[in-house]
Design a protein around this ligand. Structure first.
Ligand SMILES: *[C@@H]1O[C@H](CO)[C@@H](O)[C@H](O)[C@H]1NC(C)=O
Ligand SMILES: *[C@@H]1O[C@H](CO)[C@@H](O)[C@H](O)[C@H]1NC(C)=O
Ligand SMILES: *[C@@H]1O[C@H](CO)[C@@H](O)[C@H](O)[C@H]1NC(C)=O
Length: 344
């Protein structure tokens, strides 16, 4: 850059640089690590105690899977930023009826707007699910409702997908969406509104379903060096988490959205109930993950990955394999399972 010898220009440039620097600093003070507050248990702490536990551990962001009014109320003034789901069973009604979306926003968003960061329209909905055709219209109706309350610049509307929607994820640059008819209009919505795509990423499930080609070290961030070099772009991968996130970035680029960012809306490792599900492995995963996300991925170096850990508590009433009931960072009696993780 030429050194400006015209003082007003120099002052203007200096101000611009200082403003840019300050806004970057403010950006970095935003929480990068959140924790999902799943509630499928009959022995979980009171809602107020849960929020206090987030605060005392320095956890500054929460994902809440339904608009539980008690939780929303105790979150007020806590400083915790919220990712709030429209549960899958409500997606169709919000899609078919603008007034239902208006009511949903009026009841669950407007009174709590200062804590809200995202509204998540559906979790892990697949193209073959009955709600699939409702996801985009429900997102559109929620956005219209937010606009009517002047909240569209404060609160982002997205949906949360799982990685089964991505095919050819090895090497990462080959990643692409399988069913583009489903996902492309949703991605176009995200891109035109500057919202991220939310993705649930589990190296655990990738590892247990493919142990002959994936090492435990690669899944737990404990490899000493490069495990995979992507032959298409020379990027080196030392952990599977980055590889999975970058396969989503590759898929987004192929879908015409190279600048749409990814927020990891769930990730975790179970402490019991299946292959490699141990307290030691889970503690290793969460600790290494928290330290890693600031670095970004090989495709997006330095671009911090906003990440929500799954989950706050072991949930004894979750259906499915035993591992599902052992994803907690804390026991229902509020004891940390993995020593002191540094969430901030
Ligand atoms: C890709 O999508 C098609 C049709 O939607 C489905 O039948 C197929 O199983 C999907 N493939 C994978 C690998 O998920
Ligand atoms: C990592 O490096 C140490 C020391 O060089 C070695 O003993 C260990 O086997 C290595 N682990 C892996 C997964 O390569
Ligand atoms: C992505 O961002 C880059 C850099 O800001 C810009 O040049 C490019 O046009 C953007 N691409 C799209 C598809 O928006």
């Amino acid at each position: 850059m030429d050194i400006p010898n015209n003082p007003p220009i120099a002052v203007a440039i200096t101000l611009f640089v200082v403003t840019l620097f300050l806004s970057l600093c403010l950006h970095f003070t935003e929480a990068q690590i959140g924790v999902c507050n799943g509630m499928i248990g009959d022995n979980l702490p009171a809602k107020k105690d849960v929020v206090d536990l987030y605060k005392s551990n320095g956890i500054r962001a929460m994902r809440l899977y339904s608009p539980d009014l008690d939780s929303l109320q105790v979150l007020q003034g806590s400083g915790i930023k919220l990712m709030l789901d429209v549960p899958n069973e409500d997606v169709q009604s919000l899609a078919s009826d603008q007034s239902a979306a208006m009511r949903w926003v009026k009841t669950n968003v407007v009174p709590f707007a200062s804590t809200l960061k995202y509204v998540v329209v559906g979790n892990e909905i697949h193209p073959s699910d009955k709600q699939a055709s409702s996801v985009l219209p429900a997102m559109q109706n929620v956005l219209i409702a937010l606009k009517s309350k002047q909240l569209e610049n404060k609160i982002m509307v997205s949906t949360s997908i799982d990685t089964s929607l991505i095919i050819n994820s090895y090497p990462p640059s080959n990643g692409q969406f399988n069913n583009t008819a489903y996902i492309t209009p949703i991605i176009n919505f995200l891109t035109s509104n500057g919202s991220p795509l939310l993705v649930n990423i589990y190296t655990y499930f990738a590892y247990i379903s493919n142990q002959q080609s994936i090492s435990l070290d690669y899944a737990l961030f404990t490899s000493n060096g490069t495990v995979v070099t992507d032959p298409n772009n020379g990027k080196n991968y030392q952990n599977l988490f980055d590889a999975m996130v970058d396969s989503v970035y590759a898929a987004l680029a192929k879908a015409g959205a190279p600048n749409t960012s990814v927020v990891v809306s769930e990730t975790g490792w179970p402490s019991a109930g299946g292959d490699a599900a141990t307290v030691n492995n889970a503690g290793t995963y969460y600790g290494n993950l928290i330290n890693h996300v600031k670095q970004g991925t090989p495709l997006k170096p330095g671009q911090t990955i906003e990440t929500y850990l799954f989950a706050m508590f072991d949930e004894d009433k979750k259906p499915g394999p035993k591992t599902e009931r052992n994803f907690g960072l804390f026991t229902p009696t509020k004891h940390p399972k993995y020593g002191q993780l540094n969430f901030s």
